[in-house]
Design a binder for this molecule. Structure first.
Ligand code: ADP
Ligand code: MG
Length: 254
Protein backbone atom coordinates (compact mmCIF):
# COMPACT_ATOMS: atom_id res chain seq x y z
CA UNK A 1 0.00 0.00 0.00
CA UNK A 2 1.35 3.39 -0.86
CA UNK A 3 0.67 6.38 1.27
CA UNK A 4 -1.55 8.95 -0.38
CA UNK A 5 -0.82 12.63 -0.17
CA UNK A 6 -3.34 14.44 2.00
CA UNK A 7 -4.11 17.75 0.35
CA UNK A 8 -6.56 19.29 2.79
CA UNK A 9 -8.60 18.43 5.83
CA UNK A 10 -11.81 20.40 6.15
CA UNK A 11 -14.68 20.27 8.57
CA UNK A 12 -16.51 17.37 6.92
CA UNK A 13 -14.13 15.87 4.41
CA UNK A 14 -10.49 15.08 3.74
CA UNK A 15 -9.04 15.54 0.27
CA UNK A 16 -6.35 13.18 -0.99
CA UNK A 17 -4.37 13.27 -4.18
CA UNK A 18 -6.16 11.08 -6.73
CA UNK A 19 -4.71 8.21 -8.75
CA UNK A 20 -4.49 10.24 -11.95
CA UNK A 21 -3.38 13.86 -12.40
CA UNK A 22 -6.27 16.26 -12.10
CA UNK A 23 -8.24 13.98 -9.78
CA UNK A 24 -8.74 14.01 -6.06
CA UNK A 25 -10.33 11.66 -3.56
CA UNK A 26 -12.93 13.10 -1.22
CA UNK A 27 -13.11 11.16 2.06
CA UNK A 28 -16.35 11.82 3.97
CA UNK A 29 -15.92 12.05 7.76
CA UNK A 30 -18.53 11.66 10.48
CA UNK A 31 -17.43 14.99 11.98
CA UNK A 32 -20.11 17.62 12.18
CA UNK A 33 -19.67 21.30 12.87
CA UNK A 34 -22.08 24.17 13.11
CA UNK A 35 -22.01 27.92 13.63
CA UNK A 36 -18.61 28.14 11.95
CA UNK A 37 -16.90 25.50 14.10
CA UNK A 38 -18.21 26.76 17.47
CA UNK A 39 -20.20 23.56 17.83
CA UNK A 40 -18.47 20.27 17.11
CA UNK A 41 -19.62 16.69 17.23
CA UNK A 42 -19.93 13.50 15.29
CA UNK A 43 -22.89 12.00 13.54
CA UNK A 44 -22.25 8.25 13.37
CA UNK A 45 -22.38 6.99 9.82
CA UNK A 46 -22.87 10.46 8.32
CA UNK A 47 -19.82 10.16 6.08
CA UNK A 48 -21.06 6.93 4.56
CA UNK A 49 -24.52 8.34 3.94
CA UNK A 50 -23.35 11.70 2.58
CA UNK A 51 -20.93 9.96 0.22
CA UNK A 52 -23.86 7.97 -1.16
CA UNK A 53 -26.35 10.82 -1.27
CA UNK A 54 -23.92 13.19 -2.94
CA UNK A 55 -22.98 10.52 -5.48
CA UNK A 56 -26.62 9.89 -6.28
CA UNK A 57 -27.60 13.55 -6.61
CA UNK A 58 -24.52 14.51 -8.66
CA UNK A 59 -25.19 11.59 -11.02
CA UNK A 60 -28.83 12.55 -11.45
CA UNK A 61 -27.82 16.17 -12.08
CA UNK A 62 -25.24 15.05 -14.65
CA UNK A 63 -28.03 13.18 -16.46
CA UNK A 64 -29.86 16.46 -17.04
CA UNK A 65 -26.71 18.15 -18.29
CA UNK A 66 -25.36 19.86 -15.19
CA UNK A 67 -21.56 19.61 -15.32
CA UNK A 68 -20.18 18.24 -12.04
CA UNK A 69 -16.81 17.24 -10.58
CA UNK A 70 -18.06 13.74 -9.74
CA UNK A 71 -16.31 10.79 -11.44
CA UNK A 72 -17.18 7.72 -9.37
CA UNK A 73 -17.60 6.43 -5.86
CA UNK A 74 -14.62 4.39 -4.71
CA UNK A 75 -15.87 2.85 -1.48
CA UNK A 76 -18.15 3.51 1.48
CA UNK A 77 -16.52 6.80 2.42
CA UNK A 78 -14.62 7.93 -0.66
CA UNK A 79 -15.38 9.29 -4.06
CA UNK A 80 -13.15 10.23 -6.95
CA UNK A 81 -13.73 13.71 -8.33
CA UNK A 82 -12.09 16.02 -10.81
CA UNK A 83 -9.83 18.54 -9.14
CA UNK A 84 -11.14 22.04 -9.72
CA UNK A 85 -10.16 25.55 -8.76
CA UNK A 86 -12.82 26.26 -6.18
CA UNK A 87 -14.58 29.61 -6.59
CA UNK A 88 -14.56 30.95 -3.02
CA UNK A 89 -18.32 31.40 -2.83
CA UNK A 90 -21.01 29.50 -1.00
CA UNK A 91 -23.99 29.70 -3.32
CA UNK A 92 -27.24 29.38 -1.40
CA UNK A 93 -30.60 28.82 -3.07
CA UNK A 94 -33.69 29.30 -0.96
CA UNK A 95 -37.31 28.33 -1.59
CA UNK A 96 -38.74 28.71 1.90
CA UNK A 97 -37.65 31.07 4.69
CA UNK A 98 -35.38 29.39 7.26
CA UNK A 99 -32.12 29.93 9.10
CA UNK A 100 -30.36 33.24 8.60
CA UNK A 101 -32.88 34.55 6.07
CA UNK A 102 -35.74 34.05 8.51
CA UNK A 103 -33.71 35.79 11.23
CA UNK A 104 -32.40 38.69 9.15
CA UNK A 105 -35.73 39.66 7.65
CA UNK A 106 -37.98 38.63 10.53
CA UNK A 107 -39.89 36.14 8.40
CA UNK A 108 -41.38 33.11 10.15
CA UNK A 109 -39.48 29.92 9.37
CA UNK A 110 -41.50 27.90 6.89
CA UNK A 111 -42.89 30.86 4.94
CA UNK A 112 -42.71 30.17 1.20
CA UNK A 113 -40.66 32.81 -0.61
CA UNK A 114 -42.33 34.63 -3.53
CA UNK A 115 -39.68 33.09 -5.77
CA UNK A 116 -36.44 31.18 -5.38
CA UNK A 117 -33.68 33.43 -4.07
CA UNK A 118 -29.96 32.97 -4.77
CA UNK A 119 -27.47 34.35 -2.26
CA UNK A 120 -23.67 34.48 -2.26
CA UNK A 121 -21.39 34.16 0.75
CA UNK A 122 -17.62 34.60 0.69
CA UNK A 123 -16.17 31.21 1.66
CA UNK A 124 -13.84 32.24 4.48
CA UNK A 125 -14.18 30.65 7.91
CA UNK A 126 -11.93 33.30 9.48
CA UNK A 127 -14.47 35.93 8.46
CA UNK A 128 -17.52 33.81 9.26
CA UNK A 129 -18.50 33.41 5.57
CA UNK A 130 -19.91 36.93 5.13
CA UNK A 131 -22.73 37.53 2.67
CA UNK A 132 -21.55 39.37 -0.44
CA UNK A 133 -23.13 41.07 -3.43
CA UNK A 134 -22.21 40.61 -7.08
CA UNK A 135 -20.39 43.94 -6.77
CA UNK A 136 -18.04 42.50 -4.16
CA UNK A 137 -17.54 39.32 -6.17
CA UNK A 138 -16.49 41.14 -9.32
CA UNK A 139 -14.60 43.95 -7.55
CA UNK A 140 -12.49 41.50 -5.57
CA UNK A 141 -12.01 39.26 -8.59
CA UNK A 142 -13.55 36.08 -7.14
CA UNK A 143 -15.63 35.62 -10.29
CA UNK A 144 -16.39 37.56 -13.47
CA UNK A 145 -19.85 38.83 -14.42
CA UNK A 146 -20.01 35.96 -16.94
CA UNK A 147 -19.05 33.44 -14.23
CA UNK A 148 -21.78 34.83 -11.99
CA UNK A 149 -24.37 34.49 -14.79
CA UNK A 150 -23.30 30.87 -15.34
CA UNK A 151 -23.33 30.12 -11.61
CA UNK A 152 -26.82 31.64 -11.16
CA UNK A 153 -28.23 29.71 -14.13
CA UNK A 154 -26.69 26.45 -12.91
CA UNK A 155 -27.83 27.02 -9.32
CA UNK A 156 -31.42 27.60 -10.42
CA UNK A 157 -31.41 24.53 -12.65
CA UNK A 158 -30.03 22.45 -9.80
CA UNK A 159 -32.76 23.86 -7.57
CA UNK A 160 -35.60 23.15 -10.02
CA UNK A 161 -34.44 19.59 -10.47
CA UNK A 162 -33.81 18.86 -6.80
CA UNK A 163 -37.11 20.41 -5.67
CA UNK A 164 -38.93 17.95 -7.93
CA UNK A 165 -36.74 15.01 -7.04
CA UNK A 166 -37.22 15.51 -3.30
CA UNK A 167 -40.93 16.25 -3.57
CA UNK A 168 -41.28 12.90 -5.30
CA UNK A 169 -40.08 11.20 -2.11
CA UNK A 170 -42.13 13.34 0.28
CA UNK A 171 -39.45 15.90 1.15
CA UNK A 172 -39.51 19.69 0.78
CA UNK A 173 -36.23 21.26 -0.31
CA UNK A 174 -36.24 24.40 1.83
CA UNK A 175 -32.76 25.64 0.84
CA UNK A 176 -29.26 24.38 0.09
CA UNK A 177 -25.63 25.47 -0.33
CA UNK A 178 -23.47 24.48 -3.26
CA UNK A 179 -19.96 25.27 -4.44
CA UNK A 180 -18.62 25.64 -7.93
CA UNK A 181 -15.16 25.28 -9.39
CA UNK A 182 -13.28 26.02 -12.56
CA UNK A 183 -12.23 23.10 -14.69
CA UNK A 184 -9.55 23.79 -17.29
CA UNK A 185 -9.48 21.56 -20.37
CA UNK A 186 -6.91 22.58 -22.96
CA UNK A 187 -7.71 26.24 -23.64
CA UNK A 188 -11.26 26.01 -22.32
CA UNK A 189 -12.58 26.78 -18.86
CA UNK A 190 -15.87 25.34 -17.60
CA UNK A 191 -17.64 26.03 -14.35
CA UNK A 192 -18.75 22.80 -12.70
CA UNK A 193 -20.66 21.86 -9.59
CA UNK A 194 -18.20 20.68 -6.90
CA UNK A 195 -18.04 19.76 -3.20
CA UNK A 196 -21.14 17.85 -2.05
CA UNK A 197 -24.91 17.87 -1.86
CA UNK A 198 -26.15 16.16 1.30
CA UNK A 199 -28.26 16.71 4.42
CA UNK A 200 -25.23 18.65 5.73
CA UNK A 201 -25.71 21.26 3.03
CA UNK A 202 -29.50 21.15 2.44
CA UNK A 203 -32.53 21.91 4.57
CA UNK A 204 -34.94 19.04 4.01
CA UNK A 205 -38.36 18.90 5.66
CA UNK A 206 -40.79 16.03 5.57
CA UNK A 207 -43.55 17.17 3.20
CA UNK A 208 -46.37 16.02 5.48
CA UNK A 209 -45.11 16.78 8.99
CA UNK A 210 -42.46 19.47 8.31
CA UNK A 211 -40.12 17.41 10.46
CA UNK A 212 -36.49 18.40 9.86
CA UNK A 213 -34.35 15.77 8.14
CA UNK A 214 -31.02 17.61 7.94
CA UNK A 215 -28.15 19.15 9.90
CA UNK A 216 -30.50 21.53 11.73
CA UNK A 217 -31.25 18.53 13.98
CA UNK A 218 -27.57 18.66 15.02
CA UNK A 219 -27.39 22.48 15.13
CA UNK A 220 -30.46 22.69 17.35
CA UNK A 221 -29.86 19.55 19.45
CA UNK A 222 -33.07 17.96 18.26
CA UNK A 223 -31.81 14.38 18.45
CA UNK A 224 -32.37 11.56 15.95
CA UNK A 225 -29.74 13.04 13.65
CA UNK A 226 -28.37 9.75 12.28
CA UNK A 227 -31.89 8.48 11.80
CA UNK A 228 -32.87 11.55 9.80
CA UNK A 229 -29.89 11.23 7.44
CA UNK A 230 -30.62 7.53 7.00
CA UNK A 231 -34.26 8.24 6.27
CA UNK A 232 -33.29 10.66 3.48
CA UNK A 233 -31.04 7.99 1.97
CA UNK A 234 -33.73 5.34 2.40
CA UNK A 235 -36.32 7.47 0.59
CA UNK A 236 -33.84 8.15 -2.20
CA UNK A 237 -33.63 4.38 -2.50
CA UNK A 238 -29.89 4.26 -1.93
CA UNK A 239 -29.53 2.54 1.42
CA UNK A 240 -28.48 -1.08 1.20
CA UNK A 241 -30.80 -3.57 2.88
CA UNK A 242 -29.86 -3.70 6.53
CA UNK A 243 -28.20 -0.30 6.43
CA UNK A 244 -24.75 0.82 5.33
CA UNK A 245 -22.23 -1.85 6.27
CA UNK A 246 -19.47 0.05 8.00
CA UNK A 247 -21.64 2.68 9.64
CA UNK A 248 -20.65 1.75 13.15
CA UNK A 249 -17.38 0.04 12.44
CA UNK A 250 -13.90 1.49 12.46
CA UNK A 251 -12.72 3.25 9.34
CA UNK A 252 -9.26 2.97 7.90
CA UNK A 253 -7.74 6.09 6.48
CA UNK A 254 -4.28 6.02 5.05
P1 ADP B 1 -14.59 23.01 4.50
O1 ADP B 1 -14.37 22.84 5.97
O2 ADP B 1 -13.64 23.98 3.86
O3 ADP B 1 -16.03 23.22 4.11
P2 ADP B 1 -14.88 20.24 3.66
O4 ADP B 1 -14.68 19.42 4.86
O5 ADP B 1 -16.26 20.44 3.15
O6 ADP B 1 -14.15 21.65 3.83
O7 ADP B 1 -13.94 19.61 2.55
C1 ADP B 1 -14.09 19.87 1.21
C2 ADP B 1 -13.17 20.98 0.72
O8 ADP B 1 -12.76 20.66 -0.60
C3 ADP B 1 -13.88 22.32 0.63
O9 ADP B 1 -13.01 23.35 1.03
C4 ADP B 1 -14.24 22.44 -0.85
O10 ADP B 1 -14.27 23.77 -1.27
C5 ADP B 1 -13.12 21.68 -1.51
N1 ADP B 1 -13.51 21.00 -2.76
C6 ADP B 1 -14.69 20.39 -3.04
N2 ADP B 1 -14.69 19.81 -4.25
C7 ADP B 1 -13.46 20.06 -4.78
C8 ADP B 1 -12.82 19.75 -6.03
N3 ADP B 1 -13.46 19.05 -6.98
N4 ADP B 1 -11.56 20.19 -6.23
C9 ADP B 1 -10.91 20.88 -5.27
N5 ADP B 1 -11.43 21.22 -4.08
C10 ADP B 1 -12.69 20.81 -3.83
MG1 MG C 1 -17.58 22.07 3.40
Amino acid sequence: MTRRRRLYEGKAKILFEGPEPGTIVQYFKDDATAFNNQKKGTITGKGVINNRISEYLMMRLAEIGIPTHFIRRLNMREQLVREVEIIPLEVVVRNVAAGSLATRFGIAEGTALPRSVVEFYYKNDGLNDPMVSEEHITAFGWASPQDIDDIMALALRVNDFLVGLFLGIGIKLIDFKIEFGRLYEEDMMRIVLADEISPDSCRLWDAKTNEKMDKDRFRRDMGKVEEAYQEVARRLGILLEGGPGDVRGPTAVQ
